[in-house]
Design a binder for this molecule. Structure first.
Ligand code: SF4
Length: 367
C-alpha cells in the first residue's frame, strides 16, 4: 500500500492538537464522537446528527500564477470572487464550535489576501484549531510576509514546488521563477531557525506528465532546502473538468517504487508521503469508511460563501451544493448548508443506492 502523507510533526502532534481543541471547546469532542459512531452505521440508518469538523476556507479566491494543472488557469481573470472579510471569517469560525481543523487556503494564493489572512490564522490558532495553509512561496519576501506567516503559529505550512529544474518549473508554475522561490523558502526557513521555532513546512509537488520522471530530484531538492516533510500528489485533480484528466499520471507510476522511496528517506528522518485522490473510493460498498470523507466530515467554503463539494473541485461555478433557500438569501452560513436537504442529498449520492454527481465519478474505482 502506498504510504500516505503524514501531518507535520507526525500523528502525535496532530492528535495532541486535537486534544487541546477538545479541552478548549468541549462540544467539539462530543460532536467528533457522534461522527465516529455515525459513520459505522449501515447507510440506511445514516442521519447527519453532527457538525462538520474540518473546513477548507478561502480567505480570497485569486492567484498570481497560472499553473498548468490548476483550475485557476481556466479562469478568465485570476480572481474568481470577492475576498472573505475578517468579520465573515470570525462569524464562520464562531458558528461552529465543533471545528477541529482548518485549511486556510484558497484555490489560489493566500498571500494575496494581505494582513487579514494572518489575522485569520491567528484567530483560528487562538481557538486551538489545527490550522494549515498552502502557499506558492512567490510572495514570502514581500512586506516581510515570511515573518508575519511564521508569527501566526500555523500547524502546517505547505509550500508548492513541483520541480527543481528552472525550465521545468517555469513551464508548470507559469508566472513564477524558481530561483526567487528557492531564496524565499531559504529566508523563511532561516527565520524559523533564528526565532528558535520548529519549522512547520511541508513541500508538496504534484506529479503530472511534465515532471513525472523528476521525483528523485524533487525530493533531493526539497531536502537540500531544509524540508523534512515532503508530500507528493501522485494523482492530480481534474477539478471536475475533463480536460485536466490528461495531467493525471497515476497509471504510469510504480507504486512499489514510490513506497521504497518513502521507506529509504524515512531512514534518514525525512517524511515522504503521497497524496492520492482518485482511484480510491467504493460506491457499491455499504461501508461508509470506503467512501469519500468530504461529504461526511468536511466542507469547502469559498471566499464568497459558496460551497463546492471539496478541494478537488474547489470552484463553485463547476459544481456547488446549493441549499433550497439560497434563492431568497444572498449567502448561507456553512451550517445552514451542511444541514440542508441539498447537502443530505449530496451525501446520499455516495451511497450505493445513490447517483453520484459526474464530478465525483473520477474518485471512485467502481464507477
Ligand atoms: S468524491 Fe466528490 S467530494 Fe469527494 S473528493 Fe471526489 S469530487 Fe470531491
Amino acid at each position: 500500500m502506498i504510504p500516505f502523507v503524514k501531518p507535520v510533526g507526525g500523528e502525535s502532534a496532530y492528535l495532541g492538537q486535537r486534544e487541546k481543541r477538545f479541552n478548549f471547546s468541549p462540544p467539539s469532542k462530543v460532536n467528533y464522537h457522534k461522527y465516529l459512531e455515525m459513520i459505522k452505521v449501515d447507510p440506511s440508518e445514516f442521519t447527519c446528527n453532527y457538525k462538520p469538523w474540518k473546513y477548507q476556507l478561502e480567505p480570497n479566491s485569486s492567484c498570481n500564477l497560472s499553473c498548468t494543472m490548476c483550475a485557476v488557469s481556466e479562469w478568465k481573470t485570476q480572481k474568481r470572487a470577492p475576498d472573505l472579510s475578517l468579520d465573515q471569517f470570525h462569524t464562520v469560525i464562531r458558528e461552529n464550535e465543533c471545528l477541529l481543523e482548518l485549511n486556510l487556503c484558497p484555490l489560489g494564493e493566500p498571500l494575496m489576501r494581505g494582513d487579514d489572512y494572518f489575522e485569520m490564522g491567528k484567530f483560528a490558532r487562538s481557538q486551538e484549531i489545527w490550522t494549515r495553509t498552502v502557499t506558492n512561496a512567490t510572495l514570502l519576501a514581500v512586506n516581510e510576509n515570511y515573518k508575519k506567516m511564521a508569527a501566526v503559529g500555523f500547524n502546517e505550512i505547505v509550500i508548492s514546488i513541483d520541480s527543481f529544474d528552472d525550465a521545468e518549473y517555469a513551464s508548470i508554475r507559469r508566472g513564477s521563477n524558481l530561483s526567487k522561490v528557492l531564496s524565499n523558502v531559504e529566508l523563511f526557513h532561516n527565520h524559523f531557525v533564528e526565532q528558535s521555532i520548529s519549522i512547520p513546512t511541508k513541500l508538496n509537488a504534484v506529479l503530472t506528465t511534465s515532471n513525472k520522471d523528476s521525483l528523485y530530484k524533487i525530493i533531493q531538492g526539497g531536502v537540500d532546502l531544509g524540508f523534512t516533510n515532503i508530500s507528493i500528489t501522485v494523482d492530480s485533480f481534474n477539478w471536475g473538468i475533463e480536460s485536466f484528466s490528461k495531467n493525471n499520471v497515476y497509471d504510469q507510476l510504480d507504486v512499489n517504487a514510490l513506497s521504497a522511496v518513502s521507506s529509504d528517506w524515512g531512514k534518514q528522518g525525512i517524511n515522504v508521503g503521497y497524496v492520492l485522490t482518485t482511484n480510491r473510493f467504493l460506491h457499491k460498498s455499504p461501508d461508509l469508511h470506503q467512501k469519500c470523507s468530504w461529504p461526511f466530515s468536511s466542507m469547502y467554503i469559498g471566499s464568497d460563501l459558496r460551497y463546492p463539494p471539496c478541494c478537488h473541485v474547489g470552484d463553485p461555478d463547476v459544481f456547488e451544493i446549493l441549499p433550497p433557500q439560497a434563492s431568497s438569501k444572498d449567502v448561507c452560513s456553512p451550517l445552514e448548508v451542511w444541514f440542508s436537504s441539498s447537502y443530505d442529498q449530496f451525501r446520499r449520492s455516495h451511497f450505493s443506492s445513490g447517483n453520484l454527481p459526474d464530478v465525483c465519478k473520477a474518485c471512485y474505482v467502481d464507477q
